[in-house]
Design a protein around this ligand. Structure first.
Ligand code: ATP
Ligand code: MG
Length: 251
C-alpha cells in the first residue's frame, strides 16, 4: 500500500518546500521508498535542499506532461542527500528553464496527465510514499493533489492573512473528504505561547495541529541549501518535523 502526502498552503513562502523535503527525508530514513514531485511548475525550488543541480536535470516534470519522457525518467535518485542508510528517495523536479515555464503558462495542460504520472511513478518505483510539493493558493494542480491525498499537511504562519486563507483550504479538504488532515504552524516566534497558539488554531479549524515549528536562525542560514532535520537534528524545528513524520508513518 502506498500513500500520497500533499503539503500545501494558501499563501506563498510558508515553508512548504522546506517541510516537504525534510518530511520525505525523515520517512526515507525510516526505510521507506519515497518520491517527491515538485508540482510548483511556475516557481520550482525543492531541488535545492536535495542538492539536485540543474546540470543533472534532463527530463523534468514538464517533459513528462508534454509526452516527451516517461515519468520515471524524470525521477532522480537524491538518496545521497540523506547522508546515511535509508531510502531510496527520488525527486521529480520541475524545469527551471524560462522557456519551459513559459510554455506551461502559455499552453496550460490537462491535470489528469499529472494524476496518471503519480500513479505510474508509484508503480514503477514501488513507492511507499509519494510527496507532492505544491504551488500556493488554489488552482487545478492543487485541487488534484488535495483530492487524491491520503494525507494533507496544511502549513500556515501565525499571521491573519494565513489564518483567513487556510480556512478556504480546510473547507476544500473537508469537502473533498481527505482522509487525514494535519495542520502545521511554521515560523512561530519562539517568544509566543505555543500552547495558546495551538488551542486557538485547533478551535478555528477543528483540525489537529501536528506541530509548531519555530522561526529558526539556522533554517534562514541554511537558505534552502540542505535538510535542517538531518544537519541539526537536535533543534526544536527538527524535532517537531520528526513528530510530523512519525504521525505520517503511523496513519
Ligand atoms: N521555521 C523556519 N524558520 C526560518 N526560516 C524558515 C522556516 N521555514 C522556512 N523558512 C525559510 O522560508 C523561506 C520559504 O520557505 P519555502 O521555500 O520552504 O516556502 P514555500 O512555502 O515552499 O514557498 P513558495 O510558496 O514560494 O513555494 C525559505 O528561505 C526557508 O528557508
Ligand atoms: Mg515552495
Amino acid at each position: 500500500m502506498s500513500s500520497i502526502v500533499s503539503i500545501h498552503s494558501f499563501r506563498g513562502g510558508t515553508g512548504k518546500s522546506n517541510l516537504t523535503a525534510n518530511l520525505a527525508s525523515q520517512i526515507a530514513l525510516a526505510g521507506k521508498r519515497v518520491a517527491v514531485v515538485d508540482t510548483d511548475i511556475q516557481s520550482p525550488g525543492i531541488h535545492m535542499p536535495f542538492n539536485l543541480g540543474e546540470d543533472r536535470i534532463g527530463c523534468a516534470l514538464n517533459h513528462f506532461i508534454w509526452g516527451e519522457c516517461p515519468i520515471e525518467k524524470a525521477a532522480y535518485d537524491v538518496s545521497a542527500a540523506l547522508h546515511g542508510p535509508g531510502g531510496p528517495i527520488y525527486l521529480v523536479p520541475s524545469s527551471m528553464k524560462m522557456s519551459d515555464i513559459g510554455r506551461i503558462l502559455k499552453e496550460g495542460y490537462d491535470v489528469r496527465i499529472l494524476n496518471d504520472g503519480f500513479q505510474a511513478l508509484i508503480e514503477k518505483l514501488q513507492l511507499d510514499y509519494l510527496f507532492i510539493d505544491t504551488h500556493p493558493g488554489v488552482n487545478e494542480e492543487t485541487l488534484l493533489s488535495i483530492a487524491i491525498s491520503d494525507i494533507l499537511v496544511l502549513i500556515l504562519r501565525p499571521d491573519q492573512q494565513d489564518f483567513q486563507g487556510t480556512a478556504v483550504t480546510v473547507e476544500l479538504a473537508k469537502k473533498l473528504d481527505v482522509p487525514n488532515l494535519l495542520l502545521v504552524i511554521n515560523k512561530a516566534l519562539p517568544t509566543m505561547n505555543f500552547g495558546e497558539l495551538r488551542a486557538k488554531v485547533e478551535k478555528i479549524y477543528d483540525v489537529p495541529v501536528a506541530a509548531i515549528l519555530p522561526l529558526t536562525t539556522e533554517v534562514v542560514q541554511l537558505a534552502s541549501g540542505g535538510l535542517i532535520s538531518l544537519l541539526h537534528p537536535d533543534l526544536e524545528v527538527s524535532r517537531e518535523m520528526k513528530k510530523v513524520a512519525a504521525q505520517i508513518l503511523a496513519s
